[in-house]
Design a protein around this ligand. Structure first.
Ligand SMILES: Cc1cc2nc3c(=O)[nH]c(=O)nc-3n(C[C@H](O)[C@H](O)[C@H](O)COP(=O)(O)OP(=O)(O)OC[C@H]3O[C@@H](n4cnc5c(N)ncnc54)[C@H](O)[C@@H]3O)c2cc1C
Length: 445
């Protein structure tokens, strides 16, 4: 049984020592069995036990809580949905884009409420979000996005001119920025472990090192694991980028990989040079975004750029020397003052992608099985509200959350291999070509 997870992410490497729960041994019964112990699994167990303390809720996690994307991410709890509001509007129309954005506003607030209500120790801050324009083309793109949000009636997002953007974070690449105060940063491993603590205190059972290896669907569900089984009336797939490994939801999503690096703590001189006093979360305006933040101990954490893909059920794509190299060079490119800074951590992880690049949740078959997937690298906040939506689906209650277009929508299936890989390569190539076209104007250094 694996015990050392320090190579999985910076967050897992730097968290206090952790004692996982024992694996499931023997057979047990549950009202609701949740497969997957990330934010979705924790938020669902929390919402269900709060709503009905008589429900027996069991969570089964194949490794440890936070092993998946929830323990590896950039930690931005933000309103971005799918690949962004302009792409969502193009794909799903204005009505749905507005509804999706409102859902995400609630999701960002839900993280803050959860942290406050349960006093979660997770380095939560709410510094806001900057989307930096690095070429004149990106200036136009971001201004058009801001026009769109204003037309939709969304408030609180504004354009910062060049000098105002550079006054927040000092790079001579920046030509202006999208500024949005509604955005929080966390330590994601601390958060998910704190959520585990609260969920257990509410009476849910959590088993770690307990992979679900088979699901039999009958009058009840039978979930098989190496050490025992769970017979459950209802089940939840909180398995995100691993969901294609389950025959019941095989075609709804594919995994794609994003990579991150962390520097050593910056010296006072280095930190002063980049002038990032308010510690906002920063992204650029690409399709395959770069995202970066400053940790509480003044490291620069940067992720994004190259995206990894795999064939079939292969989940072994967490390492990418070329992506890490790209990110290191990108740090030097954006912040030349950091050219001597050392990289101390390199990692990657899978996020979940639907064919129409839009998140989805809903029932599978009848109302006894619920899935949630497709956050496209923007799931830190969304998973927290999804937990409440899944609760309503499991309890078969029609609410404003279950009315959102993301729920029980028609999810276009990914084709079988080798077409699946061909389709995902095609989508990635399109996004890369568009980025390349915008970036022809980038200054050479
Ligand atoms: C490197 C990286 C950076 C990211 N940055 C951001 C960001 O800054 N902001 C943002 O909003 N989003 C970000 N994301 C996406 C975000 O982290 C995810 O959308 C979110 O964490 C998904 O949570 P989840 O609980 O649905 O899935 P996960 O956290 O992936 O949890 C799924 C769990 O299911 C378990 N599992 C799988 N198969 C089985 C099985 N057979 N039996 C039992 N358990 C199983 C896995 O071990 C895993 O723990 C990032 C993702 C990555 C990888």
């Amino acid at each position: 049984m694996r015990t050392d997870y320090s190579d999985v992410s910076f967050w897992l490497a730097t968290c206090p020592p952790y004692q996982p729960n024992a694996p499931l041994q023997g057979d047990t019964r549950a009202d609701v069995a949740i497969i997957g112990g990330g934010f979705t699994g924790m938020a669902t167990a929390y919402s269900l036990r709060k709503a009905d303390p008589s429900l027996k809720v069991v969570v089964l996690e194949s490794e440890v809580i936070g092993f998946g994307a929830s323990g590896r991410n950039g930690s931005f709890a933000m309103t971005v949905i799918g690949l962004g509001i302009d792409i969502l509007t193009m794909l799903k129309g204005k009505h749905n884009a507005l509804e999706g954005h409102r859902y995400m506003e609630r999701a960002v607030d839900a993280v803050g409420e959860q942290v406050e209500e349960n006093n979660l120790d997770c380095d939560y801050t709410r510094p806001g979000f900057l989307r930096m324009a690095t070429t004149p083309g990106y200036v136009k793109r971001i201004k058009k996005q801001i026009e769109l949000v204003q037309e939709l009636g969304i408030q609180g997002i504004e354009w910062l001119e060049r000098d105002a953007a550079r006054a927040e974070v000092n790079s001579d690449l920046y030509l202006g920025a999208w500024w949005e105060p509604r955005m929080a940063l966390v330590n994601p491993v601390k958060l998910v472990r704190e959520e585990k603590r609260v969920v257990q205190s509410l009476g849910a059972e959590i088993y770690e090192h307990t992979p679900v290896t088979r699901i039999e669907r009958g009058a009840d569900f039978m979930l098989k694991t190496p050490g025992g089984s769970v017979t459950a009336q209802k089940i939840v797939f909180a398995t995100n980028a691993y969901s294609h490994l389950f025959p019941m939801i095989r075609r709804k999503q594919i995994p794609a990989w994003t990579y991150m690096i962390a520097t050593e703590p910056l010296t006072d001189k280095q930190y002063e040079a980049i002038g990032w006093q308010h510690r906002q979360g920063v992204e650029d305006a690409r399709n395959l975004i770069h995202y970066y933040r400053i940790s509480p101990d003044n490291r620069l954490l940067m992720g994004g750029g190259p995206v990894g893909l795999s064939f079939g059920g292969d989940m072994q794509r967490d390492d990418s020397a070329s992506a890490w190299q790209h990110l290191e060079e990108h740090i030097h490119y954006v912040f030349p003052a950091l050219k001597d800074v050392k990289i101390t951590h390199r990692w990657g992880g899978p996020f979940s992608v639907t064919l129409d690049l839009t998140p989805a949740l809903g029932y599978v078959g009848d109302k006894r099985a619920v899935y949630s997937l497709g956050c496209i690298g923007h799931g830190v906040s969304m998973t927290h509200l999804n937990g409440q939506t899944i609760r309503d689906l499991i309890l078969e209650q029609k609410t404003d959350l279950t009315d959102v277009f993301l729920v029980n929508r028609n999810v276009i299936p990914w084709p079988p291999e080798p077409l699946r890989l061909a389709a995902s390569l095609g989508i990635r190539a399109y996004l890369q070509i568009e980025d390349w076209a915008y970036e022809r104007e980038l200054p050479k250094r």
